[in-house]
Design a protein around this ligand. Structure first.
Ligand code: SF4
Length: 371
């Protein structure tokens, strides 16, 4: 009964194997599981329901997912699962669309994808669809879901709307703080957060395929993010890290000599970002922010965007993992010509301290904030 503009193409066994192989690579699982994944995809054909809600959002996560070529999102959406409700992609509108959601809720057992934050101010009236607040729609739809997948920074932690007047929250968190608005409906259901702005399509595909294959979710961190995708530090793995350690910081965008230098003084939040963009890349593996000469804005983290704004500007007295507050003006004075080596030494302290502390200082920073 799926009411969509797109017509599912014929899918072959070869297609299943291709999607299965690509999905295993995403999850860093052995290729030996390919037949198992392909079988699970075949068996779930048209059976596993997905309901995709959008609240306070820009539809960027939908765009990001729909543009995935490898594995192809259209094959995942239209062949392997039964997408029952998606405001941006479905052909139906008005009462017909709401009937599709009501029917899915009646059947139950679907994967619920939530895109966009949930406004809580004014009894949720900042966002209503079909006469219902988004808050109530989330509550109602989550109550019959098998698993809940908030995608993007907004649905995970409140994201950019959290800086506005709507008291926006993510499904489980408001920033770093856990809230309990939906505890009664979540009760034991897996919740898998897939932050970044927007969601990376590969991460969502992999979580769906993992669920279809094993009936479980991959191991998660304390913010309900899959460790396979959010367990490594951007800064530790950055291709510009050598310049950071040597004290070579980009000051002038127009200076070709500085074009691949560290972007820390241009506002890079890589030191507090836990994600694998550095190896996964974006736009069908074309590049990612830092490769495109843009600082990392740490959109994988619960503090994004409120605590990291203004982006693209150096943050004064920023917290550096393992070293605490850093007085940026002193750093700038050194960079301006006194002794660049001093910067290297200064920053090296943070690296050494971080490693002494177990090599994952961004988590430590968040833990400190929570306590
Ligand atoms: Fe890379 Fe940013 Fe770290 Fe510099 S501060 S090394 S650009 S992650």
């Amino acid at each position: 009964m799926d009411t969509f503009l797109l017509t599912p193409p014929e899918i072959t066994r070869r297609d299943f194997l291709k999607i299965a192989g690509a999905s295993l690579a995403l999850l860093a699982l052995t290729e030996a599981l390919t037949p198992q994944v392909a079988k699970a995809l075949e068996e779930s054909l048209g059976k596993t329901m997905v309901v995709w809600l959008e609240g306070q959002d820009c539809a960027g996560c939908t765009e990001s997912f729909a543009n995935s070529l490898e594995p192809p999102a259209t094959s995942i959406l239209l062949d392997s699962i039964s997408l029952r409700y998606h405001e941006t992609l479905m052909a139906a509108s008005g009462h017909q669309a709401e009937e599709a959601r009501a029917k899915a809720i009646k059947e139950g057992g679907y994967l619920l994808v939530i895109e966009g934050s949930i406004p809580m101010a004014e009894d949720g009236l900042y966002c209503t669809i079909g006469g219902k607040t988004f808050r109530d729609i989330v509550r109602e739809t989550a109550s019959r879901a098998a698993a809940i997948i908030p995608v993007g920074a907004c649905a995970s932690y409140g994201g950019i709307p959290r800086s506005g007047p709507t008291d926006a929250v993510g499904y489980l968190f408001r920033g770093t703080q856990k809230h309990h608005y939906f505890d009664d409906v979540t009760a034991g259901k897996p919740v898998i957060n897939l932050p970044t702005c927007p969601v990376h399509p590969e991460r969502l595909v992999a979580v769906i395929v993992h669920y279809l294959t094993f009936g479980t979710v991959p191991p998660l961190d304390k913010f309900h993010r899959p460790l396979a995708f959010y367990g490594s530090s951007q800064h530790e793995n950055c291709e510009r890290r050598g310049h950071f350690d040597a004290g070579r910081f980009m000051i002038d965008w127009g200076n070709p000599r500085q074009h691949d230098w560290c972007l820390y003084l241009k506002g890079c939040r890589g030191p507090v970002a836990s994600q694998d963009c550095w190896k996964r890349l974006w736009n069908n593996r074309t590049n990612y922010c830092i490769q495109a000469n843009a600082p990392c804005s740490a959109c994988s983290e619960p503090e994004f965007y409120e605590s990291f704004s203004p982006l693209y500007e150096r943050q004064y007295d920023v917290d550096l993992p393992g070293i605490g507050r850093v007085e940026i003006d002193k750093v700038m004075a050194i960079v301006a010509g006194v002794t660049a080596a001093g910067i290297g030494a200064d920053m090296l302290i943070s690296r050494t301290a971080k490693r002494k502390n177990g090599g994952n200082a961004s988590k430590q920073k968040v833990e400190q904030k929570e306590s």
